[in-house]
Design a protein around this ligand. Sequence first.
Ligand code: HEC
Length: 106
Amino acid sequence: MRRVLLALALLATGPGLAAAEDPSVLPDAPNRDEIFYLCTACHGTAVITRSRLTRQQWDDLMTWMTEVHGMAPLEGRERQEVVDYLARHFGPAQGPAARARNPFLN
Ligand code: HEC
């Protein structure tokens, strides 16, 4: 019985939970919901939230996502808005990395 319960618990916390992500896992700001659905069509938000990139790097990443992974091309104003959002919330100056410097690099 314990084994069955353990298996059920693992199932419940495994892919099921990842699939239950919703836009609130991303910082609340204009265009958040659109960006959430656009990006999570292919992968979870973890690949986004663990990244710290400059605006230029996010922009290049959009090109890479289109050319290599088949994302529909993002252009014009929509691309601006997506890249602005990403650079603002997941830029190099945000997050623990910005507060605590890497002791191995100091
Ligand atoms: C058509 C599918 C698709 C869409 C849409 C998509 N991606 Fe990706 N993305 C991928 C694939 C495939 C990878 C590489 C495999 C992985 O890491 O899961 C990837 C990887 C990434 C990575 C990790 C790059 C690294 O450092 O290795 C980031 C960051 C990322 N995507 C951001 C985004 C953002 C932001 C959006 C929405 C604007 C988005 N992706 C939309 C397919 C997609």
